[in-house]
Design a protein around this ligand. Structure first.
Ligand code: ATP
Length: 211
């Protein structure tokens, strides 16, 4: 069994909230690898001021020393809006139909998942692993709450018994760090040290990002 995870985001910039969660998930879910996948053209938010190439370069630097983590640049290679469903279909084709594939997202992403392109098909291609994030709560009523409820992993089942189709919620070490806060600190001329890896911060400075 070689379960694989994919963690999508803008990573503008990548920080220890992403990285520590990613590593804890590798261990908790016994993933062979977890790929951080920077979104090139986000469908639901403004185009980040920082290019996808810079954002991916920062992810590459952040994961370089950790063999269980990798940067997946497929959304930079694809033209047009970066839809997660397209990436999952590509990944499934590469991994084969029997490999357990886990799409990782934070609670905040789940809250507006019903606006995602072909959202109800996501579980045909992957499991969904939701990170319980400080300050966010999962919906308790409505279409997303029902969807979460009806696909939750039953207690008697192991996530990797199937290749796709289940939802799990994982409570990890809460780290209240966000890219928004890091960008704000840098824009105000404050230090962001110890919120993100040093090589990423060096890259930010070298390329005068976020000033
Ligand atoms: P921004 O502040 O620009 O919205 P962000 O810090 O939320 O950025 P994203 O790249 O948008 O980072 O997030 C990618 C994924 O990582 C999302 O699913 C988000 O919920 C999750 N995430 C971000 N920060 C954390 C954190 N501190 N702990 C756990 N998950 C996080």
């Amino acid at each position: 069994m070689t379960p694989v995870g994919v963690f999508g985001g803008t990573f503008n910039p990548v920080h220890y909230g992403h990285l520590r969660s990613a590593l804890e998930l590798v261990e908790r879910l016994q993933l062979t690898q977890l790929r951080l996948m920077p979104c090139a053209v986000p469908p639901h938010r403004e185009q980040p001021g920082c290019s996808a190439q810079h954002r991916a370069a920062m992810v590459e630097l952040a994961v370089a020393a950790e063999p269980a983590l990798a940067c997946d640049t497929r959304e930079l290679a694809r033209a047009g809006v970066s839809y997660t469903i397209d990436s999952l279909i590509e990944l499934r084709t590469e991994l084969g139909r029997d490999t357990s594939l886990c799409l990782v997202m934070g609670c905040d992403a789940v809250l507006d998942i019903s606006a995602w392109h072909r959202w109800q098909e996501l579980l045909e291609w992957a499991h969904i692993v939701v990170i319980a994030r400080p300050g966010w709560q999962l919906p308790t009523a409505g279409v997303v709450a029902q969807w979460l409820q009806s696909h939750r992993l039953p207690p008697e089942e192991n996530l990797h018994d199937n290749a796709a189709g289940r939802i799990v919620v994982e409570e990890l070490r809460p780290l209240a760090i966000s890219s928004t806060e890091i960008r704000d600190l840098l824009a105000r001329g404050c230090s962001a040290r110890y919120l993100l890896p040093e090589p990423v911060l060096d890259y930010v400075q070298k390329h005068s990002l976020y000033h």
